[in-house]
Structure formats: structure tokens, C-alpha cells
Ligand binder design. Structure first.
Ligand SMILES: C[S@@+](CC[C@H](N)C(=O)[O-])C[C@H]1O[C@@H](n2cnc3c(N)ncnc32)[C@H](O)[C@@H]1O
Length: 185
């Protein structure tokens, strides 16, 4: 697996509006995210999905974003402020080894891990941390780019997620991605 972290300047290309043509955040997230939820988005980059996530949880919800690059989070926060959504976003700078979300124990309803798991040094630890932070029945949407992750590597990520208590419930179709919808048992 390629553990190289996406350079911060690539973050600008990931928020390109043209990306919405193949990967529309609102369409991808709307079936799973509802008003008042607490969502977790590890590795949000500059927030391509975050703003729609914040719109979907509404004023009574919260989105916890965790990234290891301050420049990604700075840009994400500027974009959220411009959209009037910053007050629902809790942005945290983490270390590569741990997200540092123990204060979110059993409070997360929905997690989006999009194009980030292949960059992690310890995938088992990541799913264990998401599992501990999630409520029973919480949903995890996992997606990986087909250009960086092959089918057997994605299967291995699913197996690791299963060992952390996440069961596969669906394989949604997302352009140029391997994707899976998982539920905490
Ligand atoms: C390829 S970008 C994807 C960004 C976003 N999810 C998207 O799809 O536009 C991967 C992101 O994961 C972050 N990342 C890498 N390792 C991480 C870790 N250990 N914990 C949290 N974020 C991490 C990177 O800094 C980067 O912002």
C-alpha cells in the first residue's frame, strides 16, 4: 500500500468544482447524513466533502474533521467561514499515529473516510479509533481511489474494518472509487 501523504498543495486540485461532476458530495452523502447528526471526517483535505456534510447535519449537528496537515485545515476553515458553516465544524490537527478523538467516545453517527485510508501508517488502529468513537449502529462510508488502491488492497481494508466491528452493508457506486458502506455492529 502507498502510505505517502497527499502533499498539501494537491489539496487545491481536490476542491476543484469540476470534481463534483463525477463525485457530487451532496448526492453521495444525503442518503446517510441527517439533521442533528454528529459526523466525523478523517483526512478532509481542504474540505471538498466537508461543506456539504455540514449543510446536511444542519445547525443542530456537528462535523469533526481531523487532518495531519495544518495547511489543509486552514483552507478548509476559510472555506467554511465563507459559507457560514464554521460554527458546526470542529477542526483538529492530529498526528499520523492517532486521530486523538478519545473525547468523542460513542458519539459519532456517521464517518466519511474518503481517499485517505491508504495514506495511514496503521489501518487497524484507525478503524479501532473510529469504532470507539462511533455509536452502535453508526455508519462508515469508506472510499478509495482506484488509481492508488487495487481491489485486493481495498478488500484488505474491509477485512481490517470488520475486525474493528464494522459490517459491510452495501457497495455504493462512486466514480473512479472502490466504495463500501459499513455499519458498527
Ligand atoms: C488524498 S487527500 C483526500 C482529501 C479528501 N478526503 C478528499 O477526498 O478530497 C488525503 C487526506 O488525508 C490526510 N491524512 C493523511 N494521513 C492522515 C492521518 N494519519 N490522519 C488524518 N488525516 C490524514 C492528508 O493530509 C490529506 O488531507
Amino acid at each position: 500500500m502507498n502510505h505517502r501523504v497527499c502533499p498539501w498543495w494537491i489539496g487545491y486540485s481536490l476542491i476543484c468544482p469540476l470534481r463534483r461532476w463525477g463525485q457530487n458530495p451532496a448526492k453521495i452523502l444525503a442518503p446517510h447524513v441527517h439533521e442533528g447528526m454528529t459526523a466525523l471526517e478523517p483526512g478532509p483535505g481542504m474540505g471538498f466533502f466537508t461543506l456539504d456534510l455540514a449543510r446536511l447535519v444542519g445547525p443542530s449537528g456537528r462535523v469533526v474533521v481531523v487532518d495531519i496537515q495544518a495547511k489543509m485545515l486552514d483552507r478548509l476553515k476559510r472555506r467554511a467561514a465563507k459559507a457560514g458553516l464554521l460554527d458546526r465544524i470542529d477542526a483538529r490537527l492530529a498526528s499520523p499515529a492517532s486521530m486523538g478523538i478519545t473525547d468523542s467516545h460513542m458519539s459519532i453517527d456517521f464517518t466519511l473516510a474518503f481517499a485517505m485510508v491508504h495514506e495511514l501508517p496503521d489501518v487497524a488502529r484507525f478503524f479501532a479509533e473510529v469504532g470507539a468513537a462511533s455509536k452502535p449502529g453508526a455508519v462508515l462510508l469508506l472510499a478509495e481511489p482506484k488509481g492508488h488502491v487495487n481491489a485486493s488492497q481495498f478488500d484488505s481494508e474491509l477485512q481490517t474494518a470488520r475486525e474493528a466491528g464494522f459490517n459491510l452493508v452495501d457497495r455504493p457506486s462512486i466514480r473512479r472509487s472502490h466504495a463500501a458502506l459499513l455499519k458498527k455492529g
